[in-house]
Design a protein around this ligand. Structure first.
Ligand code: ZN
Length: 308
């Protein structure tokens, strides 16, 4: 695996799971990663994290890509589909297994619950009958520190706070943690800008990168868009779909959410295009403008609301 040289360009990415169409929260994540990349003259890639068929919605991958294009969020290069990356995941698993870093686990949800939900002990299964998960055995002390571009210094004892990482799930599917680490390295991603709901998975990813001799990207977690009840916007809490009639307004609203001083003009859509608005935003994007917490109603349409 090649690692980015110190003078390598910025390579960012947006990596949605095709569980449904983009909603306002995922549009904010896409936009933040796009603007951070473009404001650094970077490359912006899109990767479809389609390795969990039971959770996916047929046609959602294409739909999401059309939604991005509708908003002028044009990616560089080819879209990478994780569903086509099985060979890479398998060979990485094999490598970790050959080095004795993994173990089989058949623990049930209930067993895990009894242990506080954290699996930090090595199961002793020599020749397990299927189905079985494969976990990465972490050392007893596994403190990972990193400096988040938005959230500041972070530290986590992965072993004690998260437990041994699942690399392959009991149902035979590759785990998110494995696929994301292998693909971020494969695509030579240098910066990962994403929602803070993934913040607690990051130290585990950094540890796995270290085991595989990958260079860790820089991480930045933007606050997740929530409704007034503090719930992450999702299909489950009836977040309305993006209005495809108003892409410029949607973008303006997402930019405002990210702290960009979008002009307070309710008619913005009538005299600006997505491309013009994105170019303006890339020129004005500053990480420090992103408000630390954003607990505003996201379902009420663009209001030309607060500017930083
Ligand atoms: Zn177990």
């Amino acid at each position: 695996m090649t690692t980015p040289a110190s003078d390598s360009p910025y390579i960012g990415r947006f990596a949605p799971s095709p569980t449904g169409p983009l909603h306002f929260g995922s549009l904010v994540s896409a936009l933040a990663s796009y603007l951070d990349a473009k404001s650094h003259n970077g490359i912006w890639l899109v990767r479809m994290e389609d390795i969990d068929p039971p959770r996916e919605m047929p046609g959602a991958s294409d739909y999401i890509l059309r939604q991005l294009q509708l908003h002028g969020l044009h990616w560089d290069g080819q879209v990478l589909y994780q569903s086509q990356r099985s060979d890479a995941y398998l060979s990485t698993l094999q490598q970790l297994q050959d080095r004795g870093l993994t173990y089989y686990c058949q623990c049930s949800r209930q067993q895990l619950k009894k242990r506080g939900g954290i699996h930090n002990y090595r199961c002793q299964l020599e020749n397990p009958a299927e189905p079985t998960a494969l976990r990465l055995a972490l050392p007893d002390r596994c403190n990972i520190e990193f400096n988040d571009l938005f959230q500041g210094p972070q530290i986590q004892d992965v072993k004690q706070q998260v437990g041994d990482l699942v690399l392959r799930r009991k149902d035979g599917l590759f785990a998110y943690q494995l696929a994301v680490v292998v693909d971020d390295a494969f695509q030579q991603i240098t910066h990962i800008i994403r929602g803070s709901d993934l913040l607690e998975t990051t130290p585990g990813q950094i540890y796995l990168q270290q085991q595989l001799n990958y260079t860790s990207p820089q991480y930045g977690h933007i606050p997740v868009a929530t409704n007034l009840a503090g719930q992450k916007l999702s299909k489950q809490n009836l977040t309305p779909p993006i209005n495809h009639e108003t892409p410029v307004k949607n973008l303006a609203r997402a930019m405002s959410w990210l702290g960009l001083p979008v002009i307070k003009d309710a008619n913005i859509a009538s005299h600006t295009s997505c491309d013009e608005l994105l170019a303006w935003a890339a020129a004005h994007w500053q990480r420090k403008l992103v408000p630390p917490e954003m607990e505003r109603v996201a379902s009420d349409g663009y209001q030309g609301d607060t500017t930083a």
